[in-house]
Design a protein. Structure first.
Length: 399
């Protein structure tokens, strides 16, 4: 495929979602959908009265760092020495609380601490009006923008209105992020409705002002996602030369023994504690970067936030809060990586080869990586699925 044809294909891709009506028209039209879902007309009218779109949201929708930076830059920008130190101090100050929530819900308290640190820097940003704002307005703006997860965004807007309806927080005091996430550990309204917990017994669920409520709610949410008590998220491993990286797929869990028999070992001379533990091999940055055997609990972290960069950051921060060190293998910082247009073109080319059936969005997640690994294998290359600028160059010459 010539480069000119490659870019022609790119030009024909669907444009990013955009509003299809004015904000006022959207507010008027969404009323019937909210009422049909159980929001009273009076609550809707009061919450939406005089509402204007948040002008900051459209740019935030398109620049989420989980999807626009390398995994190593994302992790290292968040799992810093400062954040580790602040986290250790914050958990120590609340040691009894973390221990009791961990015991009550079966969730590793350090995982909860890491989410707390990632989401609000241990509550430090909750008073920042530039970051925390009324979620009804934020979500109304997000829904009006019609991003790719429109159904979920509409559900969260309706859930936020139901939270206002049940009280005690009104549309001004129910605050959160630009995407509507609420409280110390930033839970979206739909899951606040499903898992919201009055942890301190004061008769109200307030994830913004009550750390107890926030921790208990997130613990219940993680359990609802399938979190298994007593199970770690995973471990860093070393992979031998000649390993078949097509086995690095999260669609099939296998016992640790399966990988050990193929030469995979734990880093730093550590031993596998349980040869029957069900895991999958994750190679986020190819054969030259860190590699991991992951448990089901890692996938649960992705349920909390779908980004692998986010899930890896939470997992790593939890280990660092426990006193663990950094990754043994370094990241392939020398790699030349494709830009957004090139990433979309790579996905389009993989579709043309019948290897990829996902969205052409430039987000190089596991599905795109698996597709590219199969392309590498067809060329007799190491099929590690790591998409660099070379992937763009190679795919531009196909067909």
């Amino acid at each position: 495929m010539r480069l000119s044809v490659f870019f022609l294909l790119l030009a024909t891709l669907p444009a990013a979602a955009q509003p299809i009506e004015s904000f006022d028209s959207f507010i008027a039209g969404f009323r019937s959908k909210a009422i049909a879902a159980g929001v009273s007309g009076s609550v809707y009218d009061t919450a939406m009265a005089g509402l204007t779109a948040d002008p900051k949201v459209p740019n935030l929708v398109s620049t989420q760092p989980e999807f626009t930076t390398t995994m190593w830059d994302y992790i290292e920008g968040r799992v810093t020495q400062g954040r580790i130190g602040r986290g250790k101090d914050a958990i120590a100050r609340n040691q009894t609380l973390f221990a009791s929530v961990g015991a009550a819900y079966g969730v590793d308290p350090y995982i909860l601490g890491a989410i707390w640190g990632m989401e609000t820097d241990y509550g430090a940003v909750l008073d920042n009006a530039g970051l925390i704002r009324p979620v009804v307005r934020s979500l109304a703006t997000v829904v009006h923008q019609r991003r790719s997860r429109l159904v979920e965004d509409e559900g969260d807007l309706i859930a936020a209105l139901k939270l206002v309806q049940q009280g005690p927080l009104d549309a001004n005091s129910l605050v959160g992020s630009w995407a509507g996430a609420i409280g110390h550990l930033q839970v979206n309204p739909s899951n606040v409705l499903a898992y919201g917990t009055d942890g301190d017994g004061d008769g109200r669920i307030d994830l913004h002002h009550s750390l107890v409520d926030a921790l208990a709610t997130s613990a219940r949410y993680l359990r609802g996602l399938g979190y298994q008590p007593g199970l770690d998220w995973g471990m860093e491993v070393a992979v031998p030369d000649g390993f078949d990286y097509l086995l690095a797929t999260r669609t099939q869990m296998r016992p640790v023994s399966f990988f050990a028999e193929r030469g995979i070992t734990r880093v730093a001379g550590r031993a596998f504690a349980d040869s029957q533990l069900q895991v999958f091999l994750y190679v986020p940055a190819g054969k030259d970067g860190p590699k991991f055997l992951m448990t089901q609990n890692y996938l649960v972290l992705k349920g909390y936030n779908f980004s692998d960069s986010y899930a890896m950051s939470v997992a790593h921060l939890a280990d660092r809060l426990k006193g663990g060190g950094g990754f043994v293998d370094d990241w392939p910082r020398h790699a030349s990586l494709p830009n957004l247009a090139q990433r979309k073109a790579i996905q389009q080319a993989l579709i043309g080869l019948g290897l990829y059936e996902g969205s052409v969005d430039g987000r190089l997640g596991p599905i795109t990586q698996d597709a590219y690994a199969r392309f590498q294998a067809s060329r007799g290359e190491v099929a590690d699925g790591f998409i660099t600028k070379a992937a763009y160059d190679a795919l531009s010459g196909t067909q």
